[in-house]
Design a protein around this ligand. Sequence first.
Ligand code: SF4
Length: 239
Amino acid sequence: MVIGGFQKLTLIDYPSKLATTVFTVGCSFRCPFCHNPELVETQNFASLHKGKMEKEFFEFLKKRKGKLQGVCITGGEPTIQPDIIEFIKKIKKLGFLVKLDTNGSRPDVLKKIIDLKLVDYIAMDIKNQPKKYLKTAGIAVGNANSRSILDRIKLSVDLIMHSQIPYEFRTTVVPGIHIPKDFLEIAKWISGVPKYWLQKYEETKILDPKLKNKTKNKKLDLEKIKKSIEKHFGKVEIR
Ligand code: SF4
């Protein structure tokens, strides 16, 4: 595993649990609004000794047995790590619950993780409505893979919805990228999910600084968006 770091204690990343959050390095997407650019632009981590941070992480976890309940694995995109399954198994063996954050680009890996019952909670990003998905995720539309990427996202959504594992979907709402109608399309697509989060966009640290030209003077009313889609979900929350 290539790990960029871990946050020893989080009260918010894992719903209703005291947890630690571990950040994996590298991502299959390039969302311009990404607030973890250091985990996406992996050359910053070229000098990392593979395994060094992982060793530190497990030493820490062993000391927190009985004190923390869960581990939230986030990134970057955790499912692109070749040894993600072994990594989760090691965490589970220590007795922790596991929450996985994913962008849904690797349904094959997700399926294995679900089938092996390795996770206790899944959170997946819904970047935008299907027609605008790839552009929103920073993927060149029309490249040889773009069609299959969207298919993979849809497959991940289906897998999660039918997994029997508690889950949530969430969208970072970016003025200049999203318009209110996009959320109606998203709601139609993932209609029936128990929990959908609208996340406020923060412009403090983002992957593509040029995005600021697009977002300038643009606003979206999250309360209004929430009201417009509520009937499709068990619960819609803003954070
Ligand atoms: S926001 Fe996009 S680029 Fe950043 S880690 Fe998530 S999927 Fe990757």
